[in-house]
Ligand binder design. Structure first.
Ligand SMILES: *Cc1c(COP(=O)(O)O)cnc(C)c1O
Length: 438
């Protein structure tokens, strides 16, 4: 991944410095090699910028993969985390804390979830989805076709091709990419994939539900992202999402929307499903969240819409030692405060438009088309040279992500300014058209 980052060119790029080289050598001695060799060893950040151990500065248009929503070291976040750390950092779930109670209420409100909706906290996106899948399984048992006494079959869960829901065994079972899923099979049974964006494929999957010994079990839930982030920032399309909701309703199946990447203001709405142009105005039964929610603190979870669904989880159904950790909750509350007070949801919308328009107007023929909403965006490249482009930009002080060989992903902090976008565009405009393919 980074064998070619240590190159220089006449344009004055920043090479991999001596401290970076030394630390990266030590990194590979002691870390499981699941991420390849990291690009740089980072030391500290401020706002939308981050510095490596050699003192090189980078404008960060990946934002820790959509995590650093209010940038690095935001003073309100630092203060909130420091104060909470000095008060109480952890209590176990035999006890509760004010921040977690406040945060749960706040998230239900931001999601516009109905009265009686409840939150489950975990520590990552995968854990948010594990909770959603487990709740869907409990729901599936309540469906008539799943009743064993009537010759029923276990309920199924439907996921989409190119979807990504995490690396734990449950979430992985609903994650499409065969290269990362297949080596770990057999995984959770009764999870099926249908072609993303194809309503007939979903119709067929639903119609396989049979009675008695015929056909398969009923469908408990459909799980999907509204913009498939890891697949290259691909919106599913509002018309399709609306049809999915209709089919779920007809078949008494739940709709789980994975907003781990799209949530918490990133797409120019608090949640992507609140954007008519992404969801067609549908309401999910569950929403999962993580990445951006706590501004860099590991935190995730799930919101179950409505009293009845929420009540399927009872004491012992699920849990985690760190779930609802007060330090994470305080970090999340500070993050939400800053997003609200500084109008960052609207900023995401405006700056995202500036970025996409700027890419198309910059005159570099490498950029074919853009996609995304708010500050979750991608640009399609004329040839599959994304890794070379990423390295070229990195050496000139801009972090972008080679999400696919033929596309770059952008997920900068929601605090980016008009000037930051202009600065990134100036670098992106200068990317040579003849960089080597991946
Ligand atoms: C990142 C991501 C996950 C997994 O989150 P982790 O915190 O890495 O477990 C799940 N779903 C989507 C859509 C994601 O982008």
């Amino acid at each position: 991944m980074s064998s070619d980052v240590n190159t220089t060119s006449a344009a004055g790029p920043e090479p991999l410095g001596p401290k970076d080289s030394q630390w990266l050598g030590e990194y590979s001695q002691v870390h499981m090699n699941v991420f390849g060799t990291p690009l740089r060893v980072m030391d500290h950040g401020q706002g939308a910028r981050v510095w490596d151990v050699d003192g090189n500065e980078y404008l960060d248009f990946l934002g820790g993969i959509a995590v650093n929503s209010i940038g690095y070291a935001h003073p309100k976040w630092v203060k909130a985390v420091a104060e909470q750390a000095a008060k109480v950092a952890h209590v176990s779930n035999y006890f509760a804390t004010e921040p977690q109670i406040e945060l749960a209420a706040r998230l239900v409100k931001l999601a516009g979830a109905p009265e009686g909706s409840h939150v489950y906290f975990g520590n990552s996106g995968a854990e948010g989805n594990e909770a959603a899948l487990k709740l869907a399984k409990l729901y599936g048992r309540t469906l008539p076709g799943a009743a064993p006494a009537m010759g029923g079959k276990p309920a199924r869960i439907i996921a989409l091709t190119n979807g990504f829901h995490g690396r734990t065994l449950g979430a992985l079972s609903a994650t499409w990419k065969p290269a990362i899923r297949k080596p770990f099979g057999p995984l959770v049974p009764n999870i099926e994939f249908v072609r993303a964006g194809d309503p007939f494929a979903l119709y067929e999957a639903f119609s396989e539900t049979g009675v008695g010994h015929y056909g398969k079990g009923p469908v408990a839930a459909v799980i999907m992202e509204l913009i498939q982030g890891e697949a290259g920032v691909k919106p599913l399309g509002a018309d399709y999402v609306k049809k999915v909701r209709e089919m779920c309703d007809i078949n008494h199946a739940l709709l789980i929307i994975d907003e781990v990447q799209t949530g918490i203001g990133r797409t120019g709405a608090w949640f992507a499903f609140q954007r008519e142009d992404l969801s067609g105005g549908v309401t999910p039964d569950m929403v999962t969240f993580a990445k951006g929610v706590a501004g860099g603190f590991p935190m995730g979870g799930m919101i179950a819409f409505g009293e009845k669904l929420s009540a399927l989880f009872t004491p012992g159904s699920h849990g985690s030692t760190f779930a609802g950790n007060p330090l994470g909750a305080a970090a999340a509350l500070a993050t939400l405060d800053v997003i609200e007070e500084d109008g960052l949801v609207a900023n995401a919308e405006e700056r995202g438009r500036q970025l996409r328009d700027g890419l198309m107007a910059c005159g570099n023929p490498l950029y074919v088309s853009t996609r995304g909403r708010g500050l979750l965006d991608a640009v399609e490249l004329a040839h599959p040279c994304a890794h070379a482009v990423m390295n070229w930009c990195l050496e000139r002080g801009l972090i972008v992500n080679a999400v696919r060989a033929d596309a770059l992903r952008f997920a900068p902090p929601l605090i980016v300014s008009e000037k930051d976008i202009d600065e990134a565009l100036a670098i992106l405009k200068a990317v040579p058209g003849d960089l080597p393919d991946d």
